[in-house]
Design a protein around this ligand. Sequence first.
Ligand SMILES: Nc1nc2c(ncn2[C@@H]2O[C@H](COP(=O)(O)OP(=O)(O)OP(=O)(O)O)[C@@H](O)[C@H]2O)c(=O)[nH]1
Ligand SMILES: [Mg+2]
Length: 363
Amino acid sequence: MALVLVIAAVAALLLVVVAAAWVRRRRTARSVLRGGSTAVGELADRVVDRVAEGASGAVAEPGVPSLRDHLGRARAALVGSLAPALDRPSISQDAWTAVTEALIRADVGLATSSEIVDAAMARVETGGDGPAQAMAALQAELRGRLGGFDRSLARRSDGGHPSVWLFVGVNGTGKTTTIGKLARRESDRGAGVVLAAGDTFRAAAADQLAMWAERSSAHIVRGAEGADPASVVFDAVESAAARDADLVLADTAGRFHTSQNLMAELQKVRRVAEKGSGVVTETLLVLDATTGQNGLAQARQFTEAVDVTGVVLTKLDGSAKGGIVVSVQTELGVPVKLVGVGEGIADLVPFDESEFVDALFAQ
Ligand SMILES: Nc1nc2c(ncn2[C@@H]2O[C@H](COP(=O)(O)OP(=O)(O)OP(=O)(O)O)[C@@H](O)[C@H]2O)c(=O)[nH]1
Ligand SMILES: [Mg+2]
C-alpha cells in the first residue's frame, strides 16, 4: 500500500513538472509570436512610411529625373564592352575595331559606328594614343554628332489659336503615357492643356487617357469607340479655343487595319487638326528604345507619311542599348526631343546630348 502511495506521489509530481514545462513553452511561444508580429508590424509601418515619402515626394515636387540615374543598364553594357578594347597602354587598330563592335552592339548602327570611330581615330592622331585620349575622342565625337539640333517644342503664341502636338507611333511605344507626363509638365508651367483622345480604335484607350487627364488636371475630349479620330481631334481643338487653352495633346492609335490605312488616317488627322482654329506645331514620333533597329525601320514609315518634327524615345530606363539615340538622329534626321525613363508621371527628360554622353560613360 505504501509502495502504491509513493508511486502515486511520484506520478503526481511528474505531472506537475510536465504541466509547468508545457505552460512555460506556451508562454515563450506566445511571446515569440507577439515579438514576431511586432516586428512584422514595424516592417509594415516602415514600408508604408517609405511609400508615403515616395508618393508625397512625387506629388509635391516631381522634379526632373537625371539621365545618369536611369541609364544604368545602357551604361553597364557599353562601358563593359569598351573596357577590354581600351584596357591597354596604347590603342592599336585592333582596339579600334573592338570599339566599333562595341558601338554596333549598343545599337549605334553599322555605318554610323564606323564613321564615329574613323573620326575619333583622326582626333586621337593629334592628341596621343592612350586609352584616356581614345575615350575622350569617342565621347567628343558622339557629342558632336548628337548636337546641333533644335530640341524645343514649338508653340504658337497668339491667343485663341491653340497649338496642337500630335503623337504618332506603333502600339505600345508609350504615346498615351508620354502625353500624360507632358500634360502634367505643361500644366505645371501654367499652360491650359486639352487632351484629344484620338485613339478610338479600342475603348480602353480613351479611359487610359482620361486617367492621365485627371492626374494632370487637363481637360479631355473623347469620342465613342470607332469614332472618326480626326473629328475627335477637331472637336478638341475647338474646345481648347473656346476655353482659351494653349495646347492640345492629341493621342492617336498605334494600329489600324493595315499600316497603309494607319498612315492615311494620320495624314487625315493632321489635316483636320488645322481645319479650325488650331495649328499643328509638333508631330512627335514615339519610339520604344528597347525595339532597337526594328523600331527604326517602322519609324521610317512614319517620317515618310507625316512631317515628324521630333522623336520621343521611351523606355530608355530598361534598355541596354543607348546607341539607339545616335541611330535615330543620324538615320531619321529628326532630333530626339524627349526621353522616357520610367512609367511615373515625372519620368520624362528633355534630351541633352552632353548629359546623355556623360551618363552613358560615367564611371
Ligand atoms: N519603363 C518604361 N515604361 C514605359 C515608358 N513609357 C511608357 N511605358 C510603358 O509602356 C506601356 C505602353 O505605354 P502606352 O502609353 O499605353 O503606349 P501607347 O503607345 O499609347 O500604346 P497603344 O495605345 O496601344 O498604341 C505601358 O505599360 C507604359 O507604362 C518609359 O519611359 N519607361
Ligand atoms: Mg495609347
